[in-house]
Design a protein around this ligand. Structure first.
Ligand code: LLP
Length: 417
């Protein structure tokens, strides 16, 4: 099902002409399809429906309130990594008993906020964090429900910056220290062990690494249970990849089958933390061509969106397809698509064959629903762009374009100046 498509050479999102949104809100802007978001969530949920489970959508991939609210209405919980993400989740009514808190660097004020909110569990990543959570829980006269994030030392064969389950990564507790860590957790007065957690990496394109990791976790759970530690939740993290270019990631159904084969028979509730697979291909970034520079060595299409709006190409050399919003040119050329930022790494595409565009033309940067707006910054004092959601024949601005006042809000000049 494609909710971004062409009709008579014009790009539509559901029933709305993409160019008409550009006329109304200006460029650049992020655009999400409500039907795609919903369809992806429901497809993933169905794919794992043979096992007792909870989906905790990974807020870091896209944390716009409207999007979180949509998933909340479909029964989703939330995977958070900060007090800010917890605040967003609570704001849209995600039930606290469906919130899991991951991340290697939780501060005590954030831990206390989560304890006061009665979240489901903390995914603990180190011995010292375990002690910090115990300390906070004691202070608040409560007990913290926890899982330990174990590091199964599996190579997910993805980009080194987004693989997280290897021994050399900063995440989690090594498999061979896990039992000791669980025994340590057991001795802490204000800790209640309820789960085991892992996350091997992101944009994973095969089921094998998942299966290898999950088998190791199953063994760990059996070992723990033999020492009297009861595990009620197994959190399998996120990581399922998507198609940006020609990748062929497993369909959620295939992932679901791998789950059944590996951990389907353990009497626990499985937790999933998908991000990219739900939102990645539900969003695009629409940008306008400012100038075209034909060079001796290279051609450049200079657009009004930059690396501050979408940093993935600059940061990971990530590929995002770029399509014209109006297919009105037959001639093509090879060019870099670059932004207005004063950095050579400010590009959205390199050496790409594209229609011979002209100033004023609109381009759509595809697969920009995940880790796109959430990683945007104000670098070069550029106001962050709006986010728009289309539902059927209507569109809604779900985050307004920042203005110059927003840029300086919070700054102050000391009196001595
Ligand atoms: N759970 C945990 C503990 C995570 O660290 C992540 C992602 C997820 C779930 C969701 O993973 P997903 O299903 O989206 O793959 N900025 C990078 C991706 C970083 C991923 C970080 N962790 C990018 O733009 O590709």
């Amino acid at each position: 099902m494609h909710h971004f498509f062409y009709h008579d050479g014009h790009m539509f999102c559901e029933e709305v002409l993409v160019s008409s949104i550009a006329e109304s809100v200006g460029t650049p802007f992020y655009l999400y399809s409500h039907a795609t978001l919903k369809h992806h969530f429901i497809t993933f949920n169905k794919a794992v429906s043979d096992v007792p489970h909870l989906i905790c959508f990974s807020a870091k991939s896209n944390s716009n309130l409207a999007i979180l609210k949509l998933f909340a209405s479909l029964g989703s919980g939330l995977d958070i990594v900060s007090g800010g993400e917890l605040y967003r989740g609570l704001k849209v009514g995600i039930p606290p008993h469906k919130i899991v808190y991951s991340g290697v660097g939780k501060r005590e004020d954030e831990i206390e906020f989560a304890l006061k909110s009665s979240i489901l569990m903390f995914n603990i990543e180190s011995f010292q964090e375990l002690e910090a959570v115990n300390r906070c829980a004691k202070r608040l006269k409560t007990r913290a429900q926890i899982a330990l994030r174990v590091n199964p030392d599996i190579d997910p064969r993805t980009h080194p910056y987004i693989s997280t389950g290897l021994k050399k990564n900063k995440f989690g507790i090594c498999m061979n220290e896990a039992k000791e860590a669980y025994q340590a957790a057991r001795r802490l007065s204000h800790i209640k062990i309820i789960g085991v957690d892992c996350h091997i990496g992101s944009q994973v394109l095969d089921v094998e690494p998942f299966m290898d990791a999950f088998k190791r976790l199953k063994r760990l759970i059996e070992d723990l249970q033999s020492t009297g530690i009861e595990i009620r939740y197994l959190d399998l993290g996120g990581g399922l990849g998507i198609t940006y270019d020609h990748e062929l990631p497993p369909h959620p159904n295939e992932y679901g089958k791998a789950i059944l084969k590996t951990v389907g028979d353990i009497p626990v509730t499985l937790i999933f933390e998908p991000g990219r697979v739900i939102v990645g291909n539900a969003g695009i970034l629409v940008t306008r061509v400012l100038y075209v520079k034909i060079g001796e060595k290279k051609n450049f299409i200079i657009v009004d969106a930059g690396m501050n709006d979408l940093i993935r190409p600059a940061l990971y050399d990530a590929y995002h397809a770029i399509n014209p919003v109006k297919k009105d040119k037959d001639a093509t050329f090879i060019a870099d698509v670059v932004g207005p930022i004063c950095e050579s790494s400010d590009f959205l595409a390199k050496d790409r064959r594209l229609p011979r565009v002209e100033p004023g033309d609109l381009l759509a940067v595809m697969s920009a629903g995940a880790y796109s707006f959430t990683m945007a910054s104000n670098y070069n004092s550029r106001p962050r762009v709006p986010e728009v959601m289309v539902k059927k024949d209507q569109f809604y601005v779900i985050r307004k374009r920042e203005d110059y006042e927003d840029l300086i809000a919070g700054e102050s000049i000391p009196e001595f100046l």
